[in-house]
Design a binder for this molecule. Sequence first.
Ligand SMILES: [Zn+2]
Length: 735
Amino acid sequence: MSIQGTQYSSQDLFIKDSEVEQRNNIIKSILLYKVDLTLQKGTDYYGTVEIHLDLHNNNQNSDHPIQIDFGGLKVEFVKIRNLNEYGAEFRNITFSFERNRVMIDYQEFVQDLKESNNKISILISFQNQYNTTVQDRGIFSTITGENQYLHTQGEVASMHYIFPCIEQINFRAPFQLSLVHPSDWVVISNSCIIEQQSLNKVTSFSKFETTQPFPCYLYGIFAGNYVVYRDKYKEKIDLNIYCRKEKAKIIENQISELFCITKFGLNLMEEYTQIDYYMKKLDQIFCDNYNFYGMENPGCISLEGRFKFEIYFLFYSQIIKEKRYIFEEEREPLKIMRRSYIMFHEIAHMWFGDFVSLEWWNNLFLKEGFATFFGYKAVSKYYSQFDYGIHIELQKVLILIDENKDKSIFFQCLKLLLRVFKNCIKVITLSHEKLPYYEYSCYKAHNCISYNKGGMFFQFLEQKVYGEQKFQELIRQFLTENSFSKVDETSFLKHFNDIYSQKYLFKNHLSYFDDYQFKDLINLGLVEENYKSLDLSFIVVSKITKNIITAKYEDLSKYPSTDNIILLNTSENHLIFNRIKQEDLKFLDENNIIEKFNLQQRMTIWNTILFENIQFQKLEYFNDFFLQNFQYENNMVVLHYILRVYPLFSKQFTDKQEDKIINLYQEEKDLQKKRIILKNLIRYINSEKNTFNLLQIYEGQERKVKPKYLNKLKLKIKKIYEVSIQKISNLENKQ
Ligand SMILES: [Zn+2]
């Protein structure tokens, strides 16, 4: 028998919370996924999955069916057998398959269940096709000339688009995979290949070792004409890096660096957690057409090779988004570090995310915050001379955007206009009540709050609450105690038993320091005593002597605000922002204080004006201040970051301000600085005169300007032309 799936709306197809609940009542645990796939060249694949289940024994009279999720094409048959009865054979049962659900009547196998023996195996045979359009729907296939490449992406709930499974993070199960595949394809999964043979001239069979138990969204399957580079970690762990054949020449000169980063990350995590890497190998696969930075499949991390999102409008094409981690040319320090950060982030997940996983998605920040925190930590250690930690501090302003989404007028209007957006704009705090499962699949929770604020939260606990040593000890215990198991906010709070975790975890928004006082955007419930116990530091600029010193909270009373500018040092690992008065900013500007500021002090200023712009008021004066002072920023990573981020939140630049920034570019002597300014100029320029000026500058470049910048510029020029033509025709009409 075979049943064909029907098309429904995506929300209707998605697993419902009530169904999750129901399954939790029936299934005690999943003992194994045994998956056999035949991967063919072209468009189709097929296979069987055997799911071993241990059921609760209070369901004997249940009339709820057992639901298996499957977003594929066809189900050929469903069979079951009792697992404890030695030699018991599979027998056919009736089932239904619609709306991505394979439903089996509970009474179909109740006869197999005994009091003390509730273990059954369900065998499902199915057919499916590769996906070529939607990023996280099944086995994604791309073809380049003769070569074909397959990759998968399981998070949040995409494994059931690959094979029938129980798509829930709260079940951990071992994965046993076998593949029949074209002989010229490389096949990769979480574990090592333990058996491989040719079936005929063109087809091979590969069997992978059974993995430790993981939630099924962490299973990874990759196949195709990938090329491989090999190395070893501590002489026992195989390290493999895969990329497309077409990319081999490009990646070759980066490969030793990539292995170096990998070993550094593994070693740091092993030393920090005192838990050895628990897989026999670590593969990293650069996938093209992959719209994720990376995915932490244990033993086979996927990384983005190249992703290009382009829209076409008549004869004009605009590249909206283009990212690649296989660098085709020399890149700026920010890009190089960003790539290493992603690699470190995914490696950190091997310990938290995989080795220890989540009970449910509402605690996403636990794994993402942890991996973000460690990604940053590793980058700062790896590139010690660059002080990446400071650049990370700048990123915390991004949290504000997500936290204020529901408050902004733009989103309020959008909400009114588009009823479909009704539920889309929602502030999701670090830890929250469960949302409908569907909302996690829309990546709404994968935002700057889970990642950046989550990361800052861990950093805050380390730097301000516990200190490095005690924090490391707590993390080590937390991971060890929960090895190959699940955690949630209750277990976290039991372990990290401090007032800051309690408060920051469950409330929206950050607190800020304004005119000698701590204020909360929404009352966080922290009192002055709480702040006193944190190791906060302040920058004090004397308005009389113009000296700059640092002070502790308890010493601030020595510095009256009439004679001093007090800035909370916001680039020191905490979750509190600083506000600044315009007259204080003017004082710093007019007295060239920024010139004397060290990196941390400059960072505080950049953070402060960005915070002010996002949260409070966009004053034109901020633009002047920014233009006047960004030339003093000599850390390339920070310069790159502020030039990229600042205009997103500022008032539009006036013509005069535009002239100024073009001048600054022309007068700059440092070539790298010049290049970073040039790349970002397009974001600042809107006037007719300067848009043409910029085109001239681009044309005069020895280094070719990337198409993405040229395209943006062309679009602006096109708009200017259209406006001019409109003006002329209006004029003609009048005459
Ligand atoms: Zn992550």
